[in-house]
Design a protein around this ligand. Sequence first.
Ligand SMILES: [Ca+2]
Length: 474
Amino acid sequence: MTLKKLLLATTAFALLGAMAAPAMAQTAIRLASKDLLTTNPEDVKEIEAIEAALKAQGTDVDLQIVDLPGGSYADALSVMLLSGDIPDIIYFQGGDQKMAEQGILEDLNPWIEKYPNLKAALWPHNVERLKNYPYLLYIYPPRAPQPVIRQDWLDQLGMAPPTTVEEYEALFKAIHDADLDGDGTPGNTLGLTGFGTTAELDSIFNQAFGVTATWMKNADGAWVNSRVTDAEKAKIEFYARLASEGLYDKEYVTNTFDVKEDKFYTGKAGVIFGSSPEVIDIYGGKMNQAHPGEDITLALLPLPKGPGGQGLAAVDVSKESRGFAISSLSEHKDEAVKVLDFMASKEGQDIDRMGFEGTQYTKDASGAVTFTDQISTWYARFFNAANWTPPTQQLSPAAQQMLDTIKTGFKPDNAFVWPAEYAVDVDATEQVYRSWVAKFMTGEASIDQWDQFVSEYNAAGGSRMAEYAATVLQ
Ligand SMILES: [Ca+2]
């Protein structure tokens, strides 16, 4: 018996009991989400505001937060769901696929057609992901790291923002050769730092070098992973040259995100990537905290043109990796979707994005909104709708520019969800790639050894993966 059948049988039994109870106008909707707890007063306040607004619109719901034990949210959620306790609205951060396979997650596409606010709030990559996997809704802009620099440093160098790969290299070199941090020693500031992997750099350099998607056709017309293409090789050669000249941080592998940030604030690196517009503004705030009395603004650097083109890296649209689902077993699907639709509407977004009048913002007689300091710790519990604009600009010019680039620069990738039997190959090839990139960057391996990397990659599962990819891609 599948989990769904078992649960349906239980539900039918429960329904018989419920029939004896008097009919109530208020519908209970249970909601499990990582960011919602009954013990957090702000969460409760938001839920109550949502209930009141929905009631005013004629939908009387009792929105009940399901608290999950601490530790891993995904694990706690999985334990609860497998015990047969399935809330009406469920936020997943992993583990959704096996629930979808059990048939307990609702296909959201017909609902989105029915509910105009949800449909209008979607980002282009949400639309593509829903076509491939219709069970999760995560209305946020895609992650697309972009680089920033202190505007005063750019001014001191007398340089315009770089528009090509060569100009980027020249900027990194100028930062390195100058003494912008003013410690009296030229040559001890990196052009660029990062952390963990080179993935942040790929966000703006993939397209520049012609790494257009995860899967690309080789000269013979066969599908190959872009990791083993000449375009990738040219990109890695560029990264490795930056590292060898002291322009890119060779310690990126061991840097944590806070080490990366610290090097930027203390002047040990001139450029870092921010993963989202909000993060760019956090960097700006922390930079000013580190330099009291100065008024430092950050400038966003443009997407460089290169031998292969220009643009943001292609976005994986195979599925959402996290997001809200509706239980297909819910007896109140319509009300549950209505809650999500409200959160995607202007009124819902005003609550979710701005918090409360008198706390996170004030309004004057004309209705003009001024944010208070409290807004800095407020965060959206549900969505970041593509069609919502704040009454007062919350983002700095650099952050707004980054968001505009994300909106206009979206390109869908052709990556797909791997069947479980390829999990070992996917992990092994990624490890081979990351360890070779690290060797190229530190100089432990020369780019002349590229073919050796390719052989190792293919042997670790790359060949098998490419054979499967050829059956999926057209
Ligand atoms: Ca210096």
